[in-house]
Design a protein around this ligand. Structure first.
Ligand SMILES: C[S@@+](CC[C@H](N)C(=O)[O-])C[C@H]1O[C@@H](n2cnc3c(N)ncnc32)[C@H](O)[C@@H]1O
Length: 281
């Protein structure tokens, strides 16, 4: 049974930090110049609202147990430590394409809790590097994955690459979670000054997952779309060649005639309007 997610009586929330036992998580969204703890903390890229959504999600699945966990996107290790505290898995492997390395605070946490064999980080690892991800999972885990948490690029192509690599390695009933998939629908991330300007949003992948979930019985057992994340539950369908898994192969779609019709009507209206304006001089 999953430990109750961040029992709120154990987690103490402050405007700029969350404290869990002897761990201090600095809330990156509320970073300020008055930070008085220096680097005696883990930077954490989650806000309380997101943690509450996870709480809600797991509360509906009280018997879910995650032993083998992969997290994509480490930053300062806040997410990795948070998930480790929450899930108490057999092993959690976290990867990040940055060469940054573990902070002293993170290293001390791992050493203090004697987690060297259970909580490992792989820096310099791109989530789009399919063969490297496969190798890491093969080397680190015995048995299938229970949970993948993607909090890395938030961009369609690399997100799809790691999904296609790791989803087949989940057990049926395991979850693949894509965090912050919805940035393209948030005003502060729209426009040319957005850090994601010019990038394809994961919304495209979420729509493809809906298509695959509807078209193939047993590939995706369920899809839960929340503001902060989308959770894809692995169905029982056997994937004979997991290393060659391509989501596109599981999508069958009829052309969408209504769109064509709506576009044709809009064009017709525009033509009439232009003609009327021309006649009116
Ligand atoms: C939002 S931060 C992760 C935050 C962390 N999970 C937490 O909860 O505190 C995103 C991280 O993803 C990493 N990243 C971005 N693109 C990536 C890619 N293509 N492959 C692997 N990591 C990537 C960045 O270097 C950054 O450290």
């Amino acid at each position: 049974m999953i430990k109750r997610l961040l029992p709120l009586d154990r987690a103490q929330w402050f405007p700029d930090r969350m404290i869990l036992g002897d761990l201090v998580f600095r809330l990156e969204h509320y970073k300020n110049d008055d930070w008085d703890l220096g680097d005696q903390c883990l930077a954490f890229f989650k806000v309380r609202g997101l943690v509450d959504q996870y709480q809600e999600f797991w509360a509906l699945r009280p018997s879910f147990r995650a032993e083998n966990v992969v997290e994509l996107g480490i930053w300062d290790g806040g997410g990795a430590a948070f998930w480790f505290e929450m899930l108490d898995p057999r092993k959690l492997i976290a990867v990040d394409y940055s060469p940054r390395g573990d902070s002293d605070y993170f290293r001390r946490y791992v050493a203090r809790r004697i987690l060297q064999e259970r909580l490992k980080t792989y820096w310099g690892t791109d989530q789009a590097d399919r063969s490297r991800l496969q190798r890491i999972v093969e080397d680190e885990f015995q048995g299938p994955l229970d949970l993948v948490l993607d909090d890395a690029s938030h961009v369609y192509e690399p997100t799809l690459a790691s999904f296609e690599t790791l989803f087949p390695l989940l057990r049926p009933g395991g979850f693949y979670i894509i965090e912050d998939w919805a940035w393209a629908h948030w005003k502060e991330f729209q426009g040319p000054r957005s850090p994601f300007a010019g990038r394809t949003a994961p919304t495209k992948l979420i729509c493809e997952l809906v298509e695959a979930a509807g078209g193939v019985t047993g590939l995706i057992a369920s899809l839960t779309v929340m503001v902060g994340f989308t959770a894809v539950e692995r169905g029982p369908v056997a994937l004979d060649r997991p290393l060659a898994f391509s989501l596109r192969d599981y999508i069958s779609r009829e052309p969408w005639p209504r769109i064509t019709r709506v576009r044709a009507l809009a064009r017709q209206k525009l033509r009439r309007l232009t003609e009327r304006m021309r006649l009116a001089g």
